[in-house]
Unconditional design. Structure first.
Length: 281
């Protein structure tokens, strides 16, 4: 006798995950045994490419994360800040292999509100610049920030939903025409938010290191989110049809939708504060 999977959902998951697991194994094998390393690497000059993340500023110190986005190893030799050479330390050393990152710490008396330029000089003489447009001390997470973000989350995610629920008596008396108008207005607002979020996401994807394939990651994220919501909605609809109590499935789907919406807003608010672009309007 052969063992069979009695659960059709389990069989479907197995058929869906098996190719992905095999693809992951193939990628690991390719990375570990990449044959390109043995094909005359020394016959061409190294291709160096460094990318930077946001700098962290503390009193008399600049901390900067660098990422080797090129195919060859990069050796960091010197660092300039505002055209002057400064000593620095690295948490993983000065030699960065492909896709390796390092945190560089530079003792420097930066001036609040001023612009500073950090230049990384490699062993081949190549230079890579990172501009700090406005120097301000990086905030540290503490109870005050936790309470502030909790208050912002209440303003954005809790109070608007509660105010919207107060419209329920009015909506219940509008009839089909009024309800259709409100639903159309809501769909229009959601479409506007979708276009705006898509534009912002593509802008962020384009500034990511090329090795991350930001546009492809953005596309996979959108497709994965849509597919996940469709699968969840189908599962809840099946539960709703199979049970007599149909209200809980619809309520759960609405609650999950509100939660995902607020989760996305929270990520957007956190990213805005991290990039220094938070503000009203």
């Amino acid at each position: 006798m052969t063992a069979e999977i009695p659960n059709p959902i389990g069989r479907l998951c197995l058929f869906a995950l098996a190719p992905l697991v095999l693809l992951g194994v193939l990628l690991v094998v390719i990375i570990q045994t990449w044959p390109g390393d043995a094909i005359g690497v020394s016959q061409h000059p190294p291709v160096e490419e460094l990318s930077f993340s946001a700098a962290k500023l503390r009193p008399n110190e600049i901390s900067l994360s660098v990422f080797n986005d090129g195919p060859d190893t990069v050796t960091i030799s010197q660092i300039q800040v505002d055209d002057a050479y400064w000593a620095f330390t690295s948490d993983v050393g000065t030699i960065l292999s492909h896709l390796q990152s390092a945190r560089l710490t530079i003792p420097y008396p930066w001036v609040e509100g001023e612009q500073h330029t950090v230049r990384v000089v490699t062993s081949t003489g190549a230079t890579f610049d990172h501009e700090i447009s406005v120097a301000v001390e990086t905030p540290q997470p503490d109870l005050r920030y936790f309470l502030a973000f909790t208050l912002i989350g209440t303003y954005v995610g809790v109070i608007p939903v509660a105010i919207g629920l107060l419209w329920f008596p009015l909506v219940a008396r509008l009839g089909r025409t009024g309800l259709a108008f409100l639903l159309s207005l809501t769909v229009g607002l959601l479409l506007f938010l979708m276009v705006d979020a898509g534009q912002e996401g593509l802008e962020m994807a384009l500034v990511l290191p090329e090795s991350y394939q930001g546009v492809m990651l953005f596309g996979f994220g959108v497709f994965g989110a849509y597919l996940g919501l469709e699968l969840l909605g189908g599962w809840l609809r099946g539960k709703r049809q199979a049970t007599a109590t149909s209200g809980w499935a619809l309520a759960l789907l609405v609650a999950i939708g509100i939660g995902l919406h607020n989760f996305g807003e929270g990520l957007a608010i956190g990213a805005a504060f991290a990039l220094g672009e938070a503000g009203l309007g």
